[in-house]
Design a protein around this ligand. Sequence first.
Ligand SMILES: [Zn+2]
Length: 246
Amino acid sequence: MKKSHSLIALGAGLMIALSGGLVLANWRMAEAANGAVRFARPNYDAARGGAILDLQKYGALGDAKRLAGLSKNLGACHDALAAAGVDFTIAQPEHEGACGYDEALVVDASLSTWKAPEQMAMTCDLAAKMHLWERHIVIPAAEKYLGSPVKEIKAFGTFQCRRVAGHARLSEHAFAKAMDVAGFVLEDGREITVLKDFRNKGAKGDFLREIHDRACGLFDVTLGPDFNADHANHFHLDVGGQYSCR
Ligand SMILES: [Zn+2]
């Protein structure tokens, strides 16, 4: 049994105690706990039918109602990730002064590898939107412009206790609701970076500009090199609830 499953079971136990139980989480728990954990209530969310956003469907990008549900229903969000084949580990809650999170997870496996200098804890709705962006926008755009799928998404990170540069308020990074994406490694070995290639007049630039612009329809805030010099080397993508596309 993989270590991540037992951690998921612990996290799922807490989550289920709060939300009332979910089919896929139940399945994972049953596997991890060998029947030792019992559920007090049935799965009302799943019983409603169609409540879970199918991240594998392209139409999920335009399903505003269920996209909003990802942030309001943690269980449905976990189920959506699991159903799409995303492997994840529930993170322990983290608090550092005014920063931190009660719920977050680490994506162990998605379609490509999400790589950063440190392990990336992120809220479930951020992970789900990252997966949607990867699946329906980034990978198809890489194939369209560059003729190769994406092997790796390179990021600077997600959670960091800090303020928005030049402002008093905390960044969405302070709550694990933002990811800074620096570039991509393609299956054929080529590397595309926001820093070097965003202004490229050819296919590399077309790829980066398209995935940036389309991120605006998915994330709450999308910032890139056109915003300011702080974002010359990455896309800031967040689910903090404000809206900006720069
Ligand atoms: Zn950022």
